[in-house]
Write a protein that binds this ligand. Structure first.
Ligand SMILES: [Mg+2]
Length: 403
């Protein structure tokens, strides 16, 4: 029997803004892109009564809740506060999973009794609240899924323990929408079948769910029944994806080197987005013909957007490459990975840009990860050994995953 804790900061961006400017306390608040084409990244509980939700266009949100204060978010500030909370948790729980910028799982199975774990979790939550001033909620149960649902039921700023054996009755009266993985599309499919509450899924044979929704249906059925064996995956800042390239002949062609870096960044950023990951630390490595190797890294706000990553990678390279020597190898690495989608950059972006990323990534998923590339990166494909997107050759640049 396991004891799994799920912690989630409440309306994280909103809470951080209120911490910085206390006059925003209890005022309806919208955080996101402030232009008419902007998108709501986060909204306070006060605005939700008006039908506002995150992901909605800012224009509509402002119409629904005209008295709301609108703030352009700042990924850098949120990343900083996220790190502070991570440090507090890291101190108290050696093995924890940072599943997003504001969510954590911890396996407390080693604790003597269930009460011991609950006490421990309560103290941890209080510590976060006291030291950061940010509201946080938790759920504690036998597995990740039930704990996450429990956290959502506990919110705002509260905690909930689901005793072993009571998972099914706890889930039964909830809307099926509350089961993680049931998105809008699945919700509508299930609603059309007359399924509204978790209880109905619990009473259905697993095969029926599988028949309707495939493998996902089976997972949803298990979750609805409080069954989930997924482990807590330890968070490590060393977890990274990287790529590098050794040249057949050493080069000093800076134009070519930069184009390759752009191509590499574009490719790795796509890998991040495909895996719903964000990076908070980037590094560039250069090996010269004398085999001396240098690297430089930079902590950045969580992101997976090319237009943010590319200039930073090039900037790092400029700082690193001062020797004007022949280069044998260059590489880049993204680390400090956490789950999260590229909408984290909603504040700088607008809907148009988000849709562009979505469209480009859809093409890459369907036709290969180098089927759409920046013009600059395409230069790399003709100068070096980079994959030519039009001849069907496999890409040379491949991400290496390190756990
Ligand atoms: Mg949260």
């Amino acid at each position: 029997m396991r004891t799994i804790l799920h912690l989630d900061l409440d309306t994280f961006y909103v809470s951080v803004e209120r911490l910085i400017d206390t006059s925003l306390q209890s005022k309806p608040l919208l955080v996101g892109g402030t232009s008419d084409r902007g998108v709501v990244a986060a909204c306070s509980y006060e605005t939700r009564a008006y039908g506002v939700h995150s992901g909605m266009s800012m224009k509509i949100a402002k119409e629904l809740c005209p008295e709301a204060v609108v703030i352009k978010g700042n990924a850098g500030t949120y990343s900083k506060y996220s790190d502070v909370v991570t440090e507090i948790i890291k101190e108290k729980v050696p093995v924890f999973e940072k599943s997003s910028i504001d969510e954590f799982y911890a396996d407390l199975s080693g604790m003597d009794k269930f009460f011991g774990a609950y006490q421990y979790a309560t103290e941890l939550r209080q510590k976060v609240i006291t030291e950061t001033g940010l509201p946080i909620s938790f759920g504690l149960s036998v597995n990740k899924v039930v704990s996450k649902v429990a956290t959502n039921e506990a919110k705002p700023n509260n905690q909930l323990k689901i005793d072993f054996g009571t998972e099914k009755p706890f889930l039964a009266p909830l809307s099926i929408k509350k089961i993680p993985m049931v998105g809008d599309k699945t919700y509508h499919t299930l609603r059309n079948l007359g399924v509204r509450y978790v209880k109905t899924v619990q009473e259905m044979p697993a095969d029926v769910m599988k028949g309707v929704l495939g493998v996902n249906g089976l997972t949803i059925w298990k979750r609805a029944n409080g069954i989930d064996n997924t482990p807590v995956i330890g968070f490590s800042e060393r977890k990274s994806i990287s790529t590098e390239r050794t040249f057949d002949r050493d080069t000093i062609d800076i134009y070519k080197l930069k184009n390759i870096l752009i191509a590499m960044t574009e490719n790795l950023a796509f890998q991040l987005r495909r895996g719903d990951k964000l990076t908070a630390c980037i590094a560039v490595k250069v090996r010269y013909s004398d085999f001396n190797t240098y690297s430089k890294q930079l902590k950045i706000p969580y992101t997976s957007a090319d237009h943010i990553l590319i200039p930073k990678i090039l900037e790092l390279f400029e700082k690193l490459y001062q020797k004007r020597l022949l280069v044998r190898l260059i590489g880049i690495r993204f680390s400090h990975l956490v789950s999260g989608n590229y909408q984290i950059n909603l504040f700088e972006d607008n809907e148009k840009q988000l849709n562009l990323y979505q469209a480009l990534d859809d093409i890459r998923i369907r036709y290969g990860d180098r089927s759409v590339i920046r013009a600059a990166a395409m230069g790399a494909s003709t100068i070096g050994r980079m994959h030519n997107p039009f001849n069907g050759q496999p890409p040379v640049v491949l991400a290496h995953r390190k756990q």
